[in-house]
Each structure stands twice: as C-alpha cells, then as structure tokens.
Design a binder for this molecule. Structure first.
Ligand code: PMP
Length: 410
C-alpha cells in the first residue's frame, strides 16, 4: 500500500480543475465519494425507485427493504441496540435542531443550563441559543486554554446541578482536536444531565460506539463519511426518543388522523415526516461498507501520515502560524488551521485555487471560537484517505506562490 492506494476509488480525481490536477483539501467540509457509493445510488434509481412504507406493490416494498436495511446498517455500525433508535435526517444540523425543538423545549425551564464548549460549530450552538430563548434556560460555555485544550477543572466548574444538557463535538472542526469525551460524559451524567455528541467530524475518522460511550444522543452527516449529502443521522436512547413529541409533521409520521387531532407513529417514523431520501440512505450504507472494508485503523494510519508530513512541512515556515496544540496521534485529527503572515486567508485560498488546490478560508462556522482565538479568519486544510504527500507538496508550492504574489521573497 502506498499513499495513493485509495485515490483510484474516487472518480472525481480523474477530472482536472482547468489545466490542473485536483488537490482537494477541504474534507472537514465534505468528503468525495468512492465509486461504490455512486453506483449504489445509481442502481437504486435505475431499478428500485418507489415511495417506501406506502405502496403494497413490489417496487415499494423493495424500496422499504433498502431504506430499513440502511437503518439497520447504521445501527450496527455505531453499536445502537436497536434500529428504532436511528432517525434519518438531512444532516447533523437538522439532527441537532430536532433535539432543540423537541427534547430541549420539552425538558428545559427557567434556571436550567445547557453547557457547550466555545469551539462548537454554529450547528451545535445556534439551536441551543434558540431553545434557551424559548424556555428561559441559559447557555453556559466551556473555554479551552490557548492551545484549544479543555481542562478537567473547567468541566468540573461549569457542569453543575443546574445543567440539563451537555452537547459537544467529539472532534472540533477548526482545531481538529478530540474533546475529553469520557470526562464530559461522566460529569454530565453525575449531575443528571443528558449528553449529545456531535459526531460530524469524528465519524469519518474514528469508530463510534454509542453504547460503550453511553451518549444519550448522537448526530452526524453522511457526507462527512464518504456518503451522499442530504442524509444525516440522529441516534437517541430508546426511552428518550419514545418520550419526545414529533418535530416535523405530515405524511408518514402519523398513526391515525382525524379532522382536528392526530396520533403519531412509533419511533423512528414519528420523526421522519414526508418522503425520505432513500437513495441517500442506500448511499450511506455503501459508504459504511466502504469504511468497513478499509477499516478505521488503516484510515487513521494513512491520514496520520499525511497530517504529520503536513505539520512538518508547514512548521518550517516562520510566516505560517498554526492554531491549536499540534498534537499527533490519538487526539489530533487530520485538520490544520493556520494563517499566512501578510495575506488574508481568502486571498490565500483564491491563489491556491488557481493552482487546482481547494482549501477552506474564513470563520469555519465557529465565530465564537475565532473570537476567543482573536483571529477573524484562518485557512484550514483537512485530509482524507485519498490525500497524499504529493498533495502537501503541491500545497507548499502554492503557499510559496501566494507569498510571491504578495511581494514576499519566500
Ligand atoms: N458539527 C460539526 C463539528 C461540523 O464540522 C459540521 C460541518 N462542518 C456540522 C456540525 C454541520 O454539519 P452539516 O452541515 O452536515 O449539518
């Protein structure tokens, strides 16, 4: 195996960006898709497309089987005790909004607190601001040190008997650091709070075992684990989901409808109003099979090699400032956030784009973290199984090009 072993699985890399080879370094935003995922979705539409759960005809029951099979595959993949605990949504954002509009509004009262780290993505922040506004509860923040590490003292200080919900990303999308999940979960449960794990950034890199971790809810998106856009997952403990009112209402989520009143379907259908994206569910199952075939261990090894190489090369330049503790190994995920002295991150990204290199620039949907770090915008590169050391070499050449454009010798 060399570092380009997996590149051939991804058809997008056989296309150029203009005259240039595509160097895709924005995997924390979304992954590219292996051919097996594209083929699974194509086959669904060519052979099995029909509305699931409704028709009595063969095509509809095949579609239902595929959709429910995908749900079971997700349940097995994340070690959920039952596929009833897997709700399909559109993405992580929708999964978290579902909880904000149902669970949070159901349990929160004035004086209660929701605790989240300040490094959270806006998707795990704005829904809680809204729930607090609606209920009179308060949003309390955990702050890291200047390297982005959360201390045990901070966790002990902020999570208290007032805390009803603790919600955090297992891996942060800006600094690429793993959060101290075990400590947060243990402390939250010791005060009777429930835990929501935002697994958007972790699911593409490391296994999720909801039973072992003992999280109450978990949310992630298919498109960050080689699956399609438009499908997300909300896992919830059975008794919690069962007690929750519906989020969106209409077809497919009811038991019986009268003129003025309706009763609702059991979980998970109660949370899946309207025609679902069956092709995306099928694509997600294919993505799960792809990850299982490679194995998270290999995935992590390939990514760690590229990340370590990138950290080594970028750290040679005094005009690059990297953010977050540059840990490698278990706690460091394949995300590097940096600024280039004298050049705005958007200019860096635009010049790299001329060289066929896609990187992210901006606030990365984490403005409170950027405020905490006292930097308005940064560049972010993030890697996946198909990135190679040649990609990092191209990045370095591109950054030197950007420096030249702005009048620096190197
Ligand atoms: N949480 C984290 C940690 C993320 O990185 C992202 C996506 N960047 C999200 C939530 C939102 O994911 P989506 O846009 O798929 O809803």
């Amino acid at each position: 195996m060399n570092d380009a072993t997996f590149l051939k699985d991804f058809p997008i890399f056989s296309h150029q960006v203009g005259e240039k080879r595509l160097v895709y370094l924005d995997n924390a935003a979304t992954n590219q898709h292996p051919a097996c995922v594209l083929e699974a979705m194509d086959t669904y539409y060519r052979r099995w497309n029909a509305n699931p759960h409704r028709g009595v005809y063969r095509l509809s029951s095949e579609s239902t089987k595929l959709y429910e099979g995908a749900r079971q595959a997700v349940a097995d993949f994340i070690h959920s005790k039952s596929s009833d605990c897997i709700v399909f949504t559109r993405n992580t954002t929708e999964s978290l909004n579902l909880l904000s509009w149902t669970y949070a509004r159901m349990v929160l009262q004035k004086g209660d607190e929701i605790v989240i780290p300040v490094s959270e993505h806006h998707s795990n922040m704005v829904p809680w601001q809204q729930a607090c506004k609606a209920t009179g509860a308060s949003l309390v923040f955990l702050y890291p040190d200047s390297d982005g590490i959360y201390s045990e003292e901070e966790i002990e200080k902020k999570i208290s008997s007032r805390t009803k919900i603790v919600s955090f990303a297992l891996v942060g999308n800006v600094l690429g650091l793993g959060l101290p999940a075990e400590k947060l979960i243990k402390k939250a449960h010791s005060v009777g709070a429930i835990v929501i794990a935002d697994c958007a950034q972790s699911i593409g890199h490391t296994p999720l075992d909801v039973s072992d971790l003992d999280v109450d809810f978990a949310a992630f998106s298919g498109h960050k684990m080689f699956g399609p856009m438009g499908i997300g997952v909300l896992y919830g403990k059975w008794e919690l989901l069962e007690a929750m009112p519906p989020f969106l209402t209409g077809g497919d989520m009811i038991e019986y409808v009268q003129e003025q009143e309706s009763s609702f379907a059991p979980i998970p259908q109660r949370f899946e109003a309207g025609t679902p994206d069956v092709a995306a569910a099928v694509g997600l199952q294919a993505a799960i099979e792809y990850i299982k075939k490679i194995g998270y261990k290999t995935l992590r090894e390939v990514e760690a090699e590229v990340t370590t190489y990138a950290l080594e090369r970028l750290s040679k330049f005094p005009w690059i400032k990297m953010y977050g503790k540059p840990l490698t190994g278990e706690r460091k995920f394949p995300i590097i956030t940096f600024t280039v002295e004298g050049i705005h991150p958007h200019d860096v990204a635009s010049i790299l784009d001329e060289d066929g290199i896609s990187i992210r620039a901006g606030h990365h949907c984490a403005q409170p973290l950027m405020h905490f770090l006292q930097v308005p915008a940064t560049c972010r590169v993030s890697f996946s199984i198909y990135n190679t050391k040649a990609d990092i070499d191209a990045l370095v050449v591109g950054l030197l090009h950007a420096r030249r454009v702005f009048g620096y010798e190197h």
